[in-house]
Write a protein that binds this ligand. Structure first.
Ligand code: F6R
Length: 607
């Protein structure tokens, strides 16, 4: 989603702002802009599309100035064009904004009635005009910004600067994340620590309702009432990682190949492989005393949660209610006694997941969160954090975060089973040993890449694809379809294989390949029957299975991808890899922007 950068520096800042914006590209955007103040004048350059367009504008018409703000915009109000790109100006005020101002229509009407002219369709422009109105009423810049913040409703992160004060940037946070970076005689604002990594790793995260006054000498932070608040300065982990593609064509490819390593780090965080036991990591509840666990997340994280439901119910006999977070937050469910909530999010900033978390908090539930970004809001607002050790995930399509989320969920399922006495010590040891095989098996599966790449060439010719699976392979079927559609723009749907004959079978013909995820498990034969139903109607089957499944399947396939034999508990982690590779290579053949697919954002901070 939108990215924000601000610098009060000592040398010209525009090139540094663009560098920082590049590090926010992974969040997804469709236009970008930068503004500076130089010799008492505001200047700005904006461009539709990728940052390279903005760089071209800046090369033609450079911007001087040692103070500036920049933005990558993911359109919400108004199409992605130059006029709607940030920064927005009003009189002496320049603003960049991430989020949505919910009362913008009424504010806009009032400002128009007061004689303000609007030059964009954005909700952001009302903020600039509101501040100008306060300045005209005689307030100084800091008080004008504060007064304006008090009338805004909705979710926003802001950076504001003022012609006439070249030593002042105001940042504000109410929802989307915002970090202050501390430099030597320079100060920075950024949507996250990754953006600021080239400048500093001394970071202060603003909390909801905070606003900050940045000058070269330092920062003062206030709450919405205007009282000073103290926020911890910390060393960011963001700088510890090199965020580049290495020898890979895309971040997504790199992240797929990182999975053996990051899954191994993540599992090792929760499992004691030496003693074949689950570790005693801290929990905000006692699994033995729970009657129900509420799980909520969005997109790929939700599908990880759905796999988790199968595991936790199967191994720990604990009922799990799972919801898409945007539904959970409004469905007014009756919370049962002795329950707890678990949220799953790579970014830790997803607005709907965060809102669901806050709902559960208001209901008094203990809260755990599986997150990848340790310093994120969801992590900070949870009673216990179960980190995925995936490292920064830059490709918009989630890959390594998904398998790391599965790794944590598997470990939690075993931990719950031990606590509830549904597995004994020998079974615990067996499950832990099986989980320890995941990294090695993932590594073996990656060797199938060239076969999958050849198959992807065929798949790229189709317009529609169906994915089928049973049990934990049902969420995987949905994940395969999500991955394919989001990066290749081929229409794809994932179904529980048993649901086929309740509707989707009507779609089957020779133009509809059906990808079946079916290891040779206890329900393999049921899935074979579903494949026969597809074959009988001319459907082309791509079967992802193991050697036994390939030998025993009686159905002709377009292709069979044979994955090594895997223990049942790690099957979703391992089978995730071929479906990711298939989506990836298909998108590469089609020639889409794999790492930043159209219309998508990495961190979805609006509902
Ligand atoms: C799909 C994808 C999205 C995210 C979803 C939740 O590849 O990446 O569906 O999984 O937007 O994001 P997080 O995990 O950051 O809450």
């Amino acid at each position: 989603m939108c990215g924000i950068v601000g610098i009060v520096g000592r040398a010209d800042v525009a090139p540094h702002i663009v560098d920082a914006l590049k590090r926010l590209e992974y969040r997804g955007y469709d236009s970008a802009g930068v503004a500076t103040i130089s010799d008492g004048a505001l200047g700005r350059r904006r461009a539709e599309g990728k940052l390279v367009n903005l760089e071209r504008r800046l090369a033609d018409e450079p911007l001087d100035g040692t103070i500036g703000i920049g933005h990558t915009r993911w359109a919400t109000h108004g199409v992605p064009n130059e006029a709607n790109a940030h920064p927005h100006f009003s009189g002496d005020v320049a603003v960049v904004h991430n989020g949505i101002i919910e009362n913008f229509a009424e504010l806009r009407a009032a400002l128009i009635a007061d004689g303000f002219e609007f030059h964009s369709q954005t909700d952001t422009e009302v903020i600039a005009h509101l501040i100008t109105r306060e300045l005209k009423a005689g307030k100084d810049p800091v008080s004008a910004a504060h007064a304006s913040l008090r009338v805004l409703r909705g979710a926003f992160a802001l950076a504001i600067m003022f012609r006439g004060d070249e030593d002042l940037i105001i940042g504000a946070r109410n929802g989307p994340p915002l970090a202050v970076g501390h430099g030597e005689g320079e100060m920075y604002l950024g949507s996250d620590a990754i953006a600021l990594a080239p400048f500093t790793n001394a970071i202060t995260y603003l909390e909801d309702g905070d606003w900050a006054v940045l000058r070269r000498s330092g920062v003062e932070i206030f709450d919405i009432e205007g009282s000073p608040v103290s926020r911890r300065r910390q060393q960011s982990l963001g700088t510890a990682y090199m965020v580049d593609k290495g020898n890979y064509r895309h971040f997504m490819e790199k992240e797929i190949y990182e999975q053996p390593e990051v899954v191994s780090h993540t599992l090792a965080n929760y499992l004691d492989f030496a003693n074949s036991k689950v570790k005693e990591f801290s929990l905000p509840f006692d699994f033995a005393k729970l009657d129900r666990l509420y799980v909520s997340a969005c997109g790929t994280a939700y599908l990880a949660g759905l796999v988790g439901k199968y595991w936790i119910e199967r191994y720990a006999r604990l009922p799990v209610d799972i919801d898409i977070a945007s539904e959970f937050r409004y469905r007014e469910l009756p919370i049962t006694k002795n329950s707890a909530a678990l949220f799953i999010s790579q970014s830790g900033e997803t607005a709907d997941t965060l809102a669901s978390l806050r709902y559960c908090r208001s209901e008094g539930l203990p809260i755990g969160a599986i997150v990848n970004v340790r310093e994120s809001t969801i992590a900070r607002e949870s009673d216990a954090v179960f980190p995925t050790l995936a490292g920064p995930e830059i490709g918009v399509a989630s890959t390594k975060a998904f398998t790391c989320q599965l790794s944590v969920l598997a470990a939690l399922a075993v931990r719950a089973a031990v606590a509830r006495g549904t597995v004994d010590a020998a079974q615990e040891a067996q499950l832990v040993r099986e989980l320890s095989e995941a990294p090695g098996l993932a590594h073996q599966v990656l060797k199938l890449a060239s076969q999958i790449e050849r198959l992807a060439r065929d798949l790229s010719q189709y317009k529609h694809v169906l994915y089928l699976g049973r049990d934990t392979n049902f969420p995987l079927a949905m994940e395969g379809a999500l991955k394919l559609k989001e990066i290749s723009y081929i229409h794809a749907e994932g179904y529980a294989a048993g649901e086929l004959k309740h509707g989707p079978i009507a779609l089957i013909d020779e133009k509809m390949p059906v990808i079946v995820i079916a290891p040779h498990d206890r329900i393999f034969e049921k899935t074979v029957s579903n494949m026969q139903e597809v074959a009988a109607r001319g459907g082309k089957i791509i079967l992802i299975t193991d050697a036994k499944g390939a030998a025993e399947s009686t159905v002709d396939t377009l292709a069979t991808i044979v994955v090594p034999d895997v223990p049942e508990i790690i099957s979703p982690i391992i089978y995730a890899l071929p479906i990711q590779l298939l989506a990836y290579y298909t998108a590469v053949f089609i020639g889409t922007d794999v790492d930043q697919p159209r219309n998508l954002a990495k961190s979805v901070t609006v509902e």
